[in-house]
Design a protein around this ligand. Structure first.
Ligand SMILES: [Zn+2]
Ligand SMILES: [Zn+2]
Ligand SMILES: [Zn+2]
Ligand SMILES: [Zn+2]
Length: 236
């Protein structure tokens, strides 16, 4: 991925109309390397918050992650989420449950969904400014007059988290619930050793305390002991 200096620049000049990603002004449009020039691009910026973990800020969440201040506002809410596991049949707030039922199948993560994080109080203020060019919108800058706009123009969108299991990694997906749907803002991917085989669905999803201990092979036949590490007794 190409490194663009303007992505790191906190930016204070609200009168400028340069692209917040590449720094080009309106006459130029965007630099060749700018993701705004690539309609098929999905990633805005990749960070490494911890060794082995990649945080990808997604272009689908541009309005919430295009500047360092926006990414900061967003990431400070992540630790506030309360996590529940589908296996425990949790009673989620109605709006969260409805959103989960709608978007989890669409994201293709039903089989790997290990936990859901939500908290009505973990929300991010968002400008409802109507700017058509999101790459140049500075309405949330401290120096911009929109900062003092009516509170109705500053809706708070709650954060939602999905913890998803893959064969050789974990994904934490971070979204905002806009009331009309969900906006996918970022994803943390951590690579892990491949899961041992055979493994029960419950151990695969890290619900080890609920695993019956035996995995049925996909092709039928005799169940074999679940190979998850949690079943190995630790030597005294
Ligand atoms: Zn640009
Ligand atoms: Zn704006
Ligand atoms: Zn296990
Ligand atoms: Zn197991």
């Amino acid at each position: 991925m190409t490194h663009l200096d303007a992505l790191i620049d906190p930016g204070t000049d609200h009168t400028a109309t340069t692209c917040l990603a590449c720094g080009a002004d309106r006459r130029i449009g965007h630099l060749a390397a700018c993701p705004a020039n690539h309609p098929e691009a999905t990633d805005l910026l990749v960070e490494t918050p911890a060794p082995g973990t990649r945080r990808t800020w997604l272009i689908s969440g541009l309005k919430h992650n295009l500047t360092p201040a926006r990414r900061h506002r967003f990431s400070t809410q992540i630790p506030e989420l309360h996590w529940v596991r589908p296996v425990d049949k949790p009673s989620l707030p109605f709006s969260v449950g409805a959103l989960v039922n709608e978007i989890v199948p669409r994201m293709g993560i039903t089989k790997g969904l290990s936990a859901i994080g939500s908290n009505a109080l973990a929300s991010v203020p968002v400008t409802d400014c109507g700017c058509t060019d999101v790459w140049r919108c500075r309405c949330d800058f401290d120096t911009h007059p929109f900062r003092n706009a009516h509170p109705d123009l500053w809706p708070e969108y709650p954060l939602i988290g999905f913890k998803v299991r893959y064969r050789s990694g974990w994904s934490l997906m971070w979204l905002l619930d806009t009331g009309l749907g969900a906006v996918w803002v970022a994803e943390d991917y951590t690579t892990t050793p491949a899961v041992p085989i055979p493994i029960t669905r419950r151990c695969y999803l890290d619900w080890c305390d609920t695993c019956p201990g035996h995995a049925k092979p996909a092709d039928g036949g005799e169940p074999s002991p679940c190979a998850c590490r949690c079943h190995q007794s630790t030597p005294a």
